[in-house]
Design a protein around this ligand. Structure first.
Ligand SMILES: [Cu+2]
Length: 321
């Protein structure tokens, strides 16, 4: 048996691993992936700033498998001075609780130039989120989507294609500053600078004051070019997998001129509910079915904070129909 801990291993943990993971028969495929973590300049909303990139991207790659498959993800930390871990939000980790990725609780954090291979069974279909579980680093982009397919569902719901819609609150200040504000009880004064979908958003450059930001970059006035777009056909049905990768704020998701059917919540199938919006708290997921039954046009997808007052940090995305 190969050692897969680079640090903090103990004979006891390895023995447990052997009997509870290696000895379990795997019915599905083994899906292997590798994620290399770095810091880099990210222009999520037209304002470049420093954050986390996973294999050079933010958010990280969409990890995907079928129910019954086993996922092996080797995480390599190339960020000096930062320890990390990956938490698999929403999965029960039945039979492999030490793969849950909570630093200092289920594992030692992964240090600089170290690696750790997560291995667990995908035993629940649905839409999930992986993110750092160390020092609030997901605020700076350390996150991604995890999709577990049940091949029967596509037949059941009869959709053409599915898309990931990963929503984030995006800040000019770093995660340490945000954590400090929260610990001191200043969260009410905290506001985000942009909302991102799949790592992209649009910022109003007239609001940008580089001197007060943690990074001295300029705002790109063409930042609407950064928006995520979904190209779809008319008279079809699509499944959107909406994920809140927000750290703090609640988002209301909607699509102009369209209502939709909500079919799952947090990885569980539900009796479909027709709605024209869903509200997502941090880490929540909703899957929806949308029919492209309106006249062909560009329709905004909106992710906004439902304050009832002015819309703060709203975001629009074209939907081509
Ligand atoms: Cu989580």
């Amino acid at each position: 048996m190969a050692l897969f801990f680079d640090r903090g291993s103990s004979a006891f943990c390895l023995l447990l691993f052997y009997f509870l993971i290696v000895q379990q028969p795997t019915q599905g495929k083994v899906i292997t992936s590798q994620i290399i973590l770095d810091r880099a300049i990210i222009s999520g909303d037209g304002v470049p700033q420093i954050g986390y990139v996973l294999n050079g991207e933010m958010p990280g790659p969409v990890l995907r498998g079928n129910v019954g498959d086993e996922l092996h993800v080797k995480v390599i930390n190339n960020v000096e001075g930062r320890a990390i871990s990956f938490h698999w939000h929403g999965l029960t980790m039945m039979g492999s609780p030490w793969m849950d990725g909570a630093s200092h609780i289920t594992q030692c954090p992964i240090g600089y130039k170290e690696s750790f291979e997560y291995r667990f069974k995908l035993d629940q279909a649905g839409t999930y989120l992986y993110h750092s579980h160390d020092a609030g680093q997901m605020v700076e982009g350390l996150l991604g989507a995890l999709i577990v397919d049940d091949p029967k569902e596509r037949e059941l719901w009869k959709y053409e294609e599915d898309f990931v819609v990963l929503i984030q609150d995006w800040f000019r200040v770093d995660s340490e500053t945000i954590n400090l504000m929260k610990w001191k009880g200043y969260v009410m004064g905290l506001t985000y600078d942009s909302a991102l979908i799949n790592g992209r958003g649009s910022y109003n450059c007239s609001l940008y004051h580089p001197s007060s930001a943690s990074t001295p970059f300029t705002c790109d006035v063409n930042s609407t070019n950064f928006l995520t777009t979904y190209n779809v056909d008319s008279s079809s049905t699509y499944r959107l997998r909406i994920i809140s990768g927000a750290s703090t704020f609640k988002f209301r998701f909607s699509i102009d001129s369209h209502s939709f059917q909500v079919i799952t919540t947090d990885g569980h199938l539900i009796s479909p509910i027709t709605s024209d919006y869903v509200d997502l708290l941090a880490g929540e997921r909703y899957d929806i079915l949308i029919k492209t039954d309106q006249p062909p046009n560009n329709y905004w997808i909106r992710a906004s904070v439902p304050t009832g007052e002015e819309v703060k940090g709203f975001l629009f995305i074209y939907l081509f129909i």
